[in-house]
Design a protein around this ligand. Structure first.
Ligand SMILES: Cc1cc2nc3c(=O)[nH]c(=O)nc-3n(C[C@H](O)[C@H](O)[C@H](O)COP(=O)(O)OP(=O)(O)OC[C@H]3O[C@@H](n4cnc5c(N)ncnc54)[C@H](O)[C@@H]3O)c2cc1C
Length: 403
């Protein structure tokens, strides 16, 4: 079969690339998908709701959510950003809603509606989709490419858009055409610690300031942390894991996590303790706390870990006790000893090297007519709709460039 554009991979970026190219006049656009189903990750994403994008409309804020690709995405987002993605889906009949934390979902809370929108528009624009069509090999010819597909099928095309996500076969194909690959490592996971003192607080979420030290590099993040059975999770940890993904991997997931449970400075904490001591001398320290927003069970666990006696009264508090409390509340470090499970979303950090891509077109600088979009590239975002946004953007830019 001969075509103008073959898109390898029927995921988010592949559909966006194919629809954009076909609806802008490219005559024969084909999607080749390995498995029997397209858009499978869209279906399972966001717990079945599909977090399509995020209401982070400002481009300089938006790019700060991408541990890899921040610089390259500035130019891309100037052409097709969260605003354009939002309008793209709304204009095609998919009603979207913005949640309090900025995440954008279909109003129906069903990822099937996002899939339907993409499938319907691919169909309307004349895109042909072939499932069970795993691309095994690509040969460059004088005016395009020959593709060899599972089942002895053969395609000839002028342009290829590689949208194979985190699957190793896409990176293998890119390598065979001269591209270098940044070794993939996991991103967006929780962190485990051998420290047992917080086990009783599992399930509690608190707003904290954190500092993760790995291989002498420091990563600071502020936000909600979730205490789990084995360690820590929640938005702040997922963000830390994404930004330190390479260093953590290199250091076998060993690091040091300092947590300020109050988001306060030392002086402020000491002053609050002093004042509370004066007014509540007869009360037990373990049962009465100066920090209202800190959950009671966490206060107790933190103090017990610093050997504060359960019968100690505020009036009996020594200078040493006070320093132990300050340490446990805002200065304590937890040894991280392994990677915990993934959250709702997981992505690969790594992929086709960004140095070899022209970010005005998403075309390879090494091989003319070869384009890339989505997770196959060494670009990834934190959780919150940023990974799909990158797929819509790079797919749209590539689809237009082929035209
Ligand atoms: C459980 C989960 C939940 C997620 N939730 C969200 C979310 O809510 N919001 C968000 O922004 N991100 C989310 N993500 C991340 C997001 O799903 C990915 O970043 C995104 O799907 C990547 O899209 P893609 O088009 O690059 O690749 P994919 O969606 O992975 O599609 C690649 C396709 O290529 C096919 N393929 C691979 N190799 C070949 C080959 N050689 N020949 C033919 N076909 C091939 C694969 O079968 C696959 O269908 C989630 C991820 C997971 C795993």
């Amino acid at each position: 079969m001969i075509s103008d554009l073959v898109v390898i991979g029927g995921g988010a970026s592949g559909f966006m690339g194919a629809i954009t190219a076909a609806s802008n006049g490219i005559r024969s656009v084909v999607i080749l998908e390995s498995t029997s189903k397209v858009l499978e990750k869209v279906r399972i994403s966001g717990g079945g709701r599909c977090n399509v994008t995020n209401s982070c409309w400002d481009i300089s804020d938006l790019v700060s959510n991408y541990p890899r690709g921040e610089k390259q995405l500035i130019g891309l987002f100037n052409r097709f950003s969260t605003t354009e993605a939002y309008d793209w889906f709304q204009n095609r009949g998919l009603s979207l809603k913005i949640e309090k934390d900025g995440r954008i979902f279909p109003c129906s809370d069903s990822s099937y509606d996002v899939m339907k929108c993409l499938k319907d528009f691919a169909d309307k624009s004349g895109v042909k989709v072939f499932t069970n069509s795993h691309v095994k090999q690509i040969n460059k010819t004088s005016d395009g490419f020959d593709l060899f597909v599972k089942g002895n099928n053969y395609f000839n095309t002028k342009n290829i858009l590689v949208c194979t996500g985190g699957h190793p076969s896409g990176r293998k194909l890119a390598k065979s055409l001269g591209h270098s690959i940044v070794q993939p490592v996991p991103s967006l996971f929780s962190l485990s610690t051998s420290e047992k003192s917080l086990e009783s607080c599992s399930g509690i979420t608190v707003n904290v300031q954190t500092k993760l030290t790995v291989l002498k590099k420091k990563y600071n993040e502020t936000g909600p942390i979730l205490i789990t059975h084995k360690g820590f999770s929640g938005p702040v940890i997922l963000r830390l894991s994404a930004f330190s993904a390479r260093d953590l991997h290199a250091n076998k997931y060993i690091g040091d996590l300092k947590i300020n449970w109050l988001c306060m400075c030392e002086n402020e904490v000491r002053m609050k303790i002093d004042l509370y001591k004066i007014e509540n001398g007869k009360k037990l320290v373990l049962n009465n706390k100066p920090f209202n927003h800190l959950p009671k069970s966490l206060w107790r666990a933190l103090l017990l870990s610093e050997k504060i006696h359960s019968q100690l009264r505020w009036c009996e508090l020594t200078k040493h006790d006070k320093e132990s409390i300050v340490k446990s509340l805002i200065l304590k470090s937890y040894s991280i000893n392994s990677r915990g499970p993934f959250g709702e979303e997981f992505v690969t950090a790594g992929g086709v090297s960004l140095k070899e891509i022209n970010f005005k077109t998403m075309e390879s600088k090494i091989c003319k007519g070869l384009f890339f979009a989505g997770e196959v590239l060494n670009i990834d975002g934190i959780t919150g709709g940023f990974n799909f946004q990158h797929c819509w953007t790079s797919g749209w830019v590539a689809g237009n460039a082929v035209v």
